[in-house]
Design a protein around this ligand. Sequence first.
Ligand SMILES: Cc1cc2nc3c(=O)[nH]c(=O)nc-3n(C[C@H](O)[C@H](O)[C@H](O)COP(=O)(O)O)c2cc1C
Length: 198
Amino acid sequence: MARTPLGVLACGYAFEEFCLHATERGIGTVMLAASLNRKAFEKAMDVTPDEVMPVASPVGYPATKRSMRESMMRKAIKADERFPWEQLFYGESFGTPLSPAGAGVFGEPLELLRLAPSAANKQPWRAVVSGDTVHFFEAHSMKARGADDIQRFDLGIALAHFDLARQEDGIQGGFTFNNPQLALPENVEYIASFKAER
Ligand SMILES: Cc1cc2nc3c(=O)[nH]c(=O)nc-3n(C[C@H](O)[C@H](O)[C@H](O)COP(=O)(O)O)c2cc1C
């Protein structure tokens, strides 16, 4: 994928879509970023300097039992949990937490976004619903920025969950880049918006 922030965002969307299709067919995947021998994989895949390969995944039938190491790691990062709505989603501004009922037609797509996987389960996505538009933001909790930002890849995963769910729900519309210029909490960056068509 192109070594640009937008390339990384698109890569997250496409990779998650692939993983969801695999899961649907009973095939296991696990995205690996930190646990990857990056140099070896980049060499094997002939990744050029203007490209980026944020993650790789094994593909196969999942083991029936988790290793002790995996179980301990999952416990440490609370992999089975997700942040509640009020920490992630807002109405009109970041000062107004949103409930699923308050989100109207966006309730289900946002709930499916909330359940998405992310690097170290950091869940860096935030959303502000404003009328027929949902604005998406990245809450940086890691140092990297730009094309090396794995949390930008997480945002691509989040947009895939939202987009697939809204299609399933028959919500018409599309993504735009239309920064609402809201007052932002620290380390929060605007990413993209979804505008519904009525
Ligand atoms: C972009 C990304 C990178 C990840 N990198 C790793 C990794 O390097 N090693 C690992 O064991 N798990 C990795 N994971 C798995 C996450 O830790 C896992 O998705 C998260 O803790 C939530 O758990 P769940 O997917 O089982 O719901 C990664 C996940 C994502 C989305």
